[in-house]
Design a protein around this ligand. Structure first.
Ligand code: HPA
Ligand code: ZN
Length: 335
């Protein structure tokens, strides 16, 4: 299966660009920007990546982002990720960024969005990879703070397809952000939200009903509500699942216990994604391999993850049709 997975066209829908900051680049940027980091080598940074839950990861992840200062830093960060996409045959990616992680340190919104978007334009031209940008509100901060971020984004509306919700799910349910999500939808943004990662199935239902989301990020705890699973299946509500992330953050103790293949076989629109690949030990191909190693699957089933991601993406119907054909042609070589 490894050669099949390697060359399989892939579409990534759940990737935090700050989570693609590899320790080597973290060191380079720390040096370039004269920022102190509490590690003496990239190896030491990697050794510190032992997490017990989501919060223990977030604490280190926000600290790592402190080395990102200039537009060029955001450009370099994004470019390194896009080169990894090329290696993994990712043909389209929808990238999250967390504006508040940067504006909270005095970095201008414009600096962040320009660095990311210039890099993505170059990747479209030189690597042939298409992309979209989604900005996430940090749910541990207030709704007024999210509203302020939404206002900052309006001048860059042409570069941002949607808004999402990330950070600590426990204690910060979807309903906390009902007003700002309504404003975002009124302004023409698509909406998505992290839900049912560490939090209960109820967060998934409320993200759908109260935030009007078009995808659920993670969503693996949906299985705790049988009626919800049936609804997700009937409505083809996509779940952007991140298998290696779930292992690292102890949402599942072992990949054998992960429910993604069970959900695929039940007919849900589940997809495979890398979340924060520099922190969780793998990019897209690694995530596919980890799932396939623990859950033997047919070629058709593996390709279905890509077909689901194409269906769940925010690209035009014409682009979807082209990528679907590309994936089916690839699959036809094997079956
Ligand atoms: N969950 C919540 N917030 C995040 C994540 C995640 O998996 N990755 C980066 N921020
Ligand atoms: Zn995430």
């Amino acid at each position: 299966m490894k050669p099949f997975i390697q060359k399989l066209p892939k579409v990534e829908l759940h990737l935090h660009i700050e989570g693609s900051l590899e320790p080597e680049l973290m060191f380079e940027l720390a040096k370039r920007n004269n920022i102190d980091i509490p590690f003496s080598s990239p190896e030491e940074v990697r050794a510190a990546y032992q997490f017990s839950n989501l919060q223990s990861f977030l604490d280190i992840y926000y600290q790592g982002a402190n080395v990102l200062i200039h537009e060029q830093d955001f450009f370099d960060l994004t470019w390194a990720y896009m080169l990894r996409c090329k290696q993994d045959n990712v043909i389209h990616t929808e990238i999250f960024f967390d504006p508040q992680t940067h504006t909270g340190r005095g970095i201008a919104f414009e600096t962040v969005i320009n660095g990311i978007s210039k890099s993505l334009e170059k990747a479209q031209q030189e690597l042939g990879i298409s992309s979209q940008i989604i900005m996430c509100f940090l749910r541990h901060l207030s709704e007024p703070a999210a509203m302020e971020t939404l206002l900052q984004a309006l001048p860059f509306k042409d570069k941002i397809v949607g808004v999402g919700l990330d950070s600590s799910e426990q204690g910060h349910p979807p309903e906390k952000f009902m007003n700002v999500f309504r404003e975002a939808r009124n302004a023409g943004f698509i909406t998505v939200a992290h839900a049912g990662e560490e939090g209960p199935a109820l967060n998934i239902r409320n993200a759908i009903d109260l935030l009007g989301v078009q995808r659920i990020d993670h969503g693996v705890r949906c299985v705790e509500d049988v009626a919800l699973v049936e609804e997700l299946k009937q409505t083809r509500m996509p779940l952007t699942v991140c298998p290696l992330s779930n292992l690292k953050l102890k949402v599942f103790q072992q990949m054998e216990q992960h429910n993604i293949v069970q959900l695929l076989r039940q007919g849900l629109c589940v997809t495979i994604n890398s979340d924060d690949p520099a922190y969780f030990g793998g990019y897209m191909t690694d995530n596919f391999n980890a799932v396939a190693d623990a859950h033997p699957m047919s070629y058709q089933e593996l390709a279905q993850f890509t077909l689901n991601a194409i269906e769940a993406s925010f690209i035009s119907d014409q682009e979807k049709a082209r990528m679907t054909e590309q994936t089916n042609e690839y699959l036809a070589q094997y079956v």
